[in-house]
Design a protein. Sequence first.
Length: 247
Amino acid sequence: MALLEVRNLTMKFGSLIANHDVSFVVEEGAIVGLIGPNGAGKTTLFNCVSGVYKPTSGKIYYDGVDITRWPPHRVARLGAVRTFQVVRPLNDMNVLDNILVGAFLRTSSFEASLEVAEACLEMCHLEEYRNKRAGSLTIGLKKRLELARALATQPRLLMLDEVMAGLTGTELKDAMDLLRDIKARGITLLVVEHIMEALMPIADKVIVLDGGIKIAEGPPSEVVQNERVIAAYLGEKFSKRLRGMKA
Ligand SMILES: Nc1ncnc2c1ncn2[C@@H]1O[C@H](COP(=O)(O)OP(=O)(O)O)[C@@H](O)[C@H]1O
Ligand SMILES: [Mg+2]
């Protein structure tokens, strides 16, 4: 079943067309990757789906409900939650309190929120930072905190905007494992990611944007061989290297 359906979505900023007639579905329970060069329109698409921008035309359906032009808090309450590419923790609050803010979307009970927040803290391996000021964290940890706070809202669709950017080596592997864990809990993921090596092994499907237009969609192993994707984004050499990777 399609949990999210984007139909003929167009978003214009004056004469600039950031998303042009984009259509796709995200199946419930899948990890779907959204890739493309800088300026391709990935973040704009997230902003349209999550209600931050009102699309110029087109429709967005979540769980069969037309959510086009709904405000962000209504979309979030329905279970579609996103993180921001530029992280926005509440810097003066500690890590646990930041996560609690997410949990309060579902309940006004402090005990219930605390239980959810503790679980998310643990799931994102942030226990040792629990009482640290969010503003004092490294960028990698701030991204993990964003993820924990989004998880605390108990989403059904989680949209992640470059949460793996800036991570290296083991951090990246941990992040991939975390996304697999999230999927195993039945949460559907739509993931904007530049790091193809991280996305390929975990994505069920990849959608490629270039200049606001969807140029390809399919399993990662197919998409990395797609001529348009190679020309617009991957390049021949990188495509060859990815093809050698185990999917
Ligand atoms: N609020 C905005 N006002 C004007 N132009 C915007 C705005 N947001 C994004 N854009 C433009 O839309 C295009 C797509 O941007 P974006 O969605 O951020 O791309 P990506 O996330 O793929 O790098 C870019 O040309 C960008 O400058
Ligand atoms: Mg972006």
